[in-house]
Write a protein that binds this ligand. Structure first.
Ligand code: FAD
Length: 318
């Protein structure tokens, strides 16, 4: 059976959920082979094996941490040349997309970014993308070389499928470009303890209806009761009520959680562009005519200052 390379996104061996989603999707195309770069392969191998990795190709070198993406591209290229995979899957993070683009160039392959689904096809994987502010869904396939595909978080639910997950050392030699851009410093953002917006299974977002930065505490309380991330409409962000890094929409982030709760958000096309592929959508809005109600699974017509605290209490009571 053909092998499919999966680039592992991890922090010191703690594998992030999008990688488990990729392993699940990779199994549709062949046998997943995980590529783990940096420290912690031993720790990561167990979870990678549990989710279907037949092999884990591991390389560790200071270059992966000290320089930007090129050393990782060198390693992934080495893996691709060693394995001749049916496809290479990479998470659609900012770093993942840069790695994938550079890899595709090196392999003289076609690249498809921001996939939301993929299926096997007679002439290679058929990849679904949601384009033009989610107004269209396209199906594409790579026609030249090994398909390099980046996949958006939450495109699949990770499923366990135990496999061998044998760790093998990947031999890498770094090219002249590898040390071209050095990391000078890293300052991790202060953690809120909430999941990352684009990876969260549940997102609770507030809009102009929240009516003030201080009232976002209501949105955060509901989010915390559900273990959710917090999002915001552009109106709320432009008003300075919540940071831009939490903006959902065309000029913000695209989320596709299992559950998206929009409170005090009208449902403008530019907001929809960032959330309409969510599996279940709930809106709380006091205007029964608000456009957001056109795309919801469940709608609550009411004042968010009554509904959100009541919902939070109900969730906490369970
Ligand atoms: P509004 O449209 O003002 O809606 C507020 C809603 O809250 C109303 O429906 C109202 O009924 C309801 N409400 C008020 N009070 C309460 C209450 N007490 N309880 C319950 N409901 C209440 N927008 C984005 O979100 N993300 C983007 O990335 C984005 N990119 C854009 C890019 C471009 C090029 C442009 C032109 C616009 C973009 N916008 C984006 C802006 C977008 O067009 C809308 O202006 C914005 O989404 C509106 O935000 P909102 O729904 O919070 O506010």
């Amino acid at each position: 059976m053909a092998e499919v390379l999966v680039y592992v996104d991890h922090v010191d061996g703690a594998v992030r959920k999008p990688t488990l989603e990729l392993l699940t999707l990779a199994r549709r195309l062949g046998e997943p082979v995980a590529v783990h770069l940096g420290p912690g392969a031993g720790t990561a191998a167990a979870v990678l094996a549990e989710h279907g990795a037949t092999r884990v190709l591991a390389a560790d070198a200071p270059e992966f941490a000290e320089y930007l993406v090129v050393p990782k591209v060198d390693a992934l290229e080495a893996a691709a040349r060693a394995v001749s995979p049916a496809a290479v899957l990479v998470p659609s993070s900012a770093e993942g997309k840069e790695i994938a683009a550079r890899l595709a160039l090196r392999l003289e392959s076609g690249l498809i970014t921001d996939a939301v689904d993929l299926e096997p096809g007679d002439q290679g994987p058929v990849v679904t993308q949601s384009v033009f502010a989610a107004a269209f869904t396209t199906a594409s396939r790579v026609t030249h070389g090994v398909p390099v595909i980046t996949v958006k978080p939450n495109s699949a639910a990770p499923e366990a499928a135990p496999a061998a997950g044998t760790v093998e050392e990947l031999a890498v030699s770094f090219g002249p470009l590898a040390t071209g851009t050095k990391v000078v410093s890293r300052s991790p953002r202060e953690s809120t303890g909430r999941p990352e917006l684009t990876e969260a299974a549940i997102v609770v977002s507030g809009g102009r209806g929240v009516n003030g930065a201080e009232n976002f505490a209501l949105i955060e309380a509901l989010a915390d009761s559900l273990g959710a991330a917090v999002g915001a409409s552009r109106a709320a962000v432009d008003a300075g009520w919540y940071p831009h890094s939490h903006q959902v929409g065309q000029t913000g982030k695209t989320v596709s959680p299992q559950l998206y709760i929009a409170a005090g958000i009208s449902g403008a096309i530019q907001h929809r562009a960032g959330m309409q592929t969510s599996k279940t959508i709930v809106a709380i809005n006091k205007d029964a005519e608000a456009p957001i109600f056109e795309l919801v699974d469940y709608g609550v017509v009411g004042d968010l200052f009554d509904v959100v605290p009541a919902l939070t209490d109900e969730v906490r009571a369970r």
